[in-house]
Design a protein around this ligand. Structure first.
Ligand code: AMP
Ligand code: MG
Length: 376
């Protein structure tokens, strides 16, 4: 079996190598020296080794590089099944794949939703409500106008922007369920289009974790293009340590977090952007539905930590759009009840963190001053 070291961030690598020292098997005292005892010890050793067997595979899907690593006897089968699931969901929701369910809906102005698409669209609409429109899956025509869907970037004129913004507003997406057939149909006005890109990878990471559990995996870490999800603890029993990228230096981390069984999902303008040659202004892929332009409300990075990958993904995008003040208020009102924690960096370099997370924060730089968000 091919073994490779996990590369999530510089921090992860650093701690993965120290973990190797920590998980050396302890010396046992051999009290009677009997054969039975020797056999038991060797069986125990074998099962310990099986539990620590690592399998890693990379895949390019959903427009990003992904790495899946699992430990234990069924690690390889679990990772292979996880990749199949990622590819299935990519084929279902990719806006760029004309055969996907979302591409068909966008082409036809709606259509019957599969159960899974219905689930994710409903989660997205719940977020639209609770974030007062910061999270809006109907933003797709605006993404397209700026060239984020094709890579053919250009800054639109004010009138182009206004015209396209007239097609945005998730409150105009209608879902009706037929009482007899149970089928749910989405309909939207001509020209409206949807995109699950702000939430789909989080849902997918949760599905991969479900599959890993079905295979009996108890220790795993996956990174779907910056969307990390960890299962259980490391094989030495300690918590996983996940670094959060420094938005201003892709080789550095702004800090890290020690966790188990959680998604750690970050949104930042540094992930996808282009620079206007005339003005030198950088425009990124997270759009503020109030303006139709890249969100620019004081935050440069938002990380959400939650057992619910879908929520973490949707909220990282949402809070980035909301900006510092509204994001802090949202956390104060929702973190405790909805089950998530936050680490955010502002453009002036302040780090906000929810109170529950403070003791698990790893201060890599040694002098990070944290602003605590009270959630209780
Ligand atoms: P993320 O990297 O999770 O923050 O998601 C960014 C992606 O979400 C973009 O590439 C778009 O596909 C989509 N997106 C951009 N702005 C919004 C928004 N305001 N609400 C919902 N989805 C968005
Ligand atoms: Mg997101």
């Amino acid at each position: 079996m091919k073994k490779r070291r996990i590369i999530i961030t510089a921090l992860c690598c650093m701690l993965a190598s120290s973990a190797l020292c920590a998980c050396q098997p302890e010396q046992k005292s051999d009290s009677n020296g009997s054969i039975v005892s020797e056999q038991t010890e060797s069986q125990e050793k074998q099962s310990e080794e099986a539990a620590q067997e690592e399998y890693t595979e990379d895949v390019f899907a959903m427009d990003t590089y992904m790495t899946l690593t699992a430990y234990g006897e069924h690690a390889q089968e679990a990772v292979k099944a996880g990749i199949q699931e990622i590819e299935r969901l990519d084929a279902l929701w990719s806006t760029g794949n004309e055969n996907s369910e979302i591409a068909a809906i966008n082409r036809d102005g709606g259509g019957v939703l599969s159960d899974e698409t219905l689930y994710l669209v409903n989660r997205a609409l719940e977020l639209y409500e609770s974030t007062e429109g910061a999270f809006d899956i109907s933003i797709y025509p605006v993404m397209d106008l700026w060239g984020f869907t094709t890579g053919d970037f250009s800054v639109p004129t004010e009138s182009e922007l206004q015209q396209t913004m007239a097609l945005v507003g998730a409150d105009r997406l209608q879902i009706k369920t037929d009482d007899e057939t149970g089928e749910s149909t989405l309909s939207m006005e001509k020209g409206m289009q949807i995109d699950l890109g702000g939430i789909a990878k989080g849902y997918t990471s949760g599905r991969v974790m479900d599959i890993f559990r079905e295979y009996g995996v108890t220790s795993a870490i996956i990174n779907l293009g910056g969307n990390v999800f960890v299962l259980g603890n490391k094989t030495d029993g300690s918590k996983w340590k996940v670094g959060i990228q420094d938005p201003e230096d892709e080789t550095a981390s702004l800090g890290g977090i020690a966790i188990s069984n959680k998604a750690v999902i970050t949104s930042g303008g540094y992930e996808r952007y282009f620079e206007d040659e005339d003005t030198g202004i950088k425009y990124h892929h997270i759009i503020d539905p109030k303006t139709g332009s890249s969100a620019n409300n004081g935050l440069i990075s938002v990380t959400i930590i939650s057992e619910d990958g879908t929520l973490a993904d949707g909220l990282s995008t949402s809070l980035f759009v909301m900006g510092t003040e509204d994001a802090v208020t949202y956390c104060e009102e929702h973190c405790e009840t909805d089950g998530f924690d936050v680490i955010m960096e502002t453009e002036s370099g302040e780090i906000y963190i929810t109170d529950d997370l403070v003791e698990d924060f790893i201060d890599i730089n040694g002098n990070t001053s944290l602003k605590t968000i009270e959630t209780k």
